[in-house]
Design a protein. Sequence first.
Length: 146
Amino acid sequence: MNCIEVNACDLTGRALDLAVAMSEGATNLRFDTVACWWFTLNGVDRVLSSGWSAAQNYCPSTDWNYGGPLIGRELISFSEVCSREKDGRNVTSWLATCRPIHQFQNYTSRNSVFSGEGPTHLIAAMRCYVASKLGARVSIPKELLQ
């Protein structure tokens, strides 16, 4: 598996979901014959996709059932960054911020504030969470970025 380093603030889709899983301690990343990325999290096999059972799906950047509990646990807060018109419609961007409340891998100071921006609350929050746990740059399988 070929991995490349990407900025946490640029992650989207399955790449962002995998980075969240890695932040949560996921292991055993693998690609199977039905074209799905699987990993093990807390002893349970999970898939980077929707459409499987709720016990197997893992998509915290698009589903509040997965991302919502992380936002609450990590005390992530939001503010509206900007609201602008694009292609005749109003577009809002969100800024998510959090402070370290646990002993993180890249823990630098109690005064550290991590942030992530995105077009939705979930994307902004998951980018913030990944940055707080793994740092500003993350190693992701190249295939997930296509």
